[in-house]
Ligand binder design. Structure first.
Ligand SMILES: *Cc1c(COP(=O)(O)O)cnc(C)c1O
Length: 359
């Protein structure tokens, strides 16, 4: 059986079925049902955040964040992320302006922000890529100096803390993805997080069509709701998250030990990260040629790594040509190796042996 870059964690079948019994009894399937409410409460406690809205995916979370902050114009963003970071900006009618990444942390480089600001700049949207926190304090300083809003695409950063606080508390809004491939998942899902009561108020209406009672509306909204079935999966997975992170940590350290001294590089974790979540195992190969050789060798052994993130988003056909040489270079060399709860030590050893044979 092939070893994929990831494998979704599924809780014991009976646990999920236990929740289904209650859903059948109530016949209340969606629209802020009791399990959705319970999951939101549990997530707020686990993550240590003030407002959290469970939504149907991480992309709608980004779109609602942009709408709730009422930003339209040029948005400074990272070219090294999943495509949804850029596409949500374009989808909401704004213009992504790419700010290159730091060559070691692979997150947006705050030292390059100011040179990209124009009179049309309204916001910064940065990604805590692979769960590695951005330099949140430097970004905040620039945003304050120029009156810009800050949105963090924190799709990879579930459970990550910076200076002992949830990294989700930085910026005006942070968003999470609970897609099946993410560390914590609800099959499909996501969340919008903010400390700000007024922004929270807007989000609460926006994710439910703007409904203010059955016949009244408070502004325009969209359907960002999730269901009892998705919340039930979240309620089953959440109590296991610490264990999932712990196992991923062990596997990551095993990889690290075997890849040390081979020329395979690893991103630098942001200083002041007090808890990392090991959501991926990213490597940076010495060259694209080596990456392709490594991938071919792994594929031949039925191991499927992924080129996260390739291509660099500043090269997308719909964003026009913008320069981001560091991101373009890194994206040709970045390869995520398999990392998931059920992966065994022996499988890591095999993957490393095959990888090394192709270097
Ligand atoms: C997964 C992901 C998203 C999109 O989340 P969905 O829940 O799949 O819509 C957005 N940004 C990043 C960085 C992601 O990895």
């Amino acid at each position: 059986m092939s070893i994929n870059v990831t494998k979704s964690y599924l809780p014991p079948f009976e646990e999920y079925v236990g929740y289904l019994a209650g859903i059948w009894e109530r016949a209340y399937l969606t629209n802020a049902g009791p399990l959705v409410v319970e999951l939101e409460k549990s997530l707020k406690e686990y993550l240590g955040v003030k407002h959290l809205f469970f939504v149907n995916n991480g992309t709608i979370a980004l779109q609602i964040a942009l709408k709730a902050l009422d930003v339209k114009g040029e948005i400074l963003t990272t070219p090294f992320s999943y495509v949804a970071t850029t596409s949500s900006i374009v989808w909401e009618g704004s213009v992504p302006v790419f700010v290159d990444i730091h060559p070691e942390t692979l997150c947006l480089d705050p030292a390059l922000l100011e040179a990209a600001i124009t009179p049309r700049t309204v916001a910064i949207m940065a990604t805590h890529v692979y769960g590695n926190p951005c330099d949140v304090e430097a970004i905040e300083a620039v945003a304050q100096r120029h009156g810009l809003r800050v949105i963090y695409d924190a799709a990879h950063a579930f459970g990550v803390t910076y200076k002992d606080e949830s990294v989700l508390t930085y910026g005006d809004v942070s968003t999470l993805s609970f897609h099946a491939t993410k560390l914590f998942h609800t099959v499909e899902g996501g969340a919008i997080i903010t400390n700000d009561d007024e922004i929270a108020h807007r989000i609460s209406y926006m994710r439910n069509f703007g409904h203010n009672g059955p016949e009244a509306f408070w502004g325009v909204g969209v359907n960002g709701k999730s269901s009892e079935f998705h919340a039930a999966m979240g309620l089953c997975v959440l109590p296991k998250v610490d264990e999932l992170i712990q196992r991923r940590r062990e596997l990551s350290e095993r990889y690290d030990a075997q890849l040390a001294g081979t020329g395979v590089q690893r991103p630098l974790i942001q200083p002041h990260t007090t808890r990392y979540n090991y959501s991926y195992y990213p490597t940076v190969m010495p060259s694209e040629e080596v990456l392709l050789a490594v991938r071919e060798a792994l594929n031949a052994a039925d191991v499927i790594p992924r080129r996260y993130f390739y291509p660099s988003l500043n090269t997308l056909e719909y964003t026009g040509t913008q320069s981001a040489p560091v991101s373009e270079d890194i994206s040709t060399r970045a390869l995520c190796l398999p990392l998931y709860y059920e992966l065994t030590d022996e499988q890591v050893d095999t993957i490393c042996a095959v990888l090394k044979s192709a270097l």
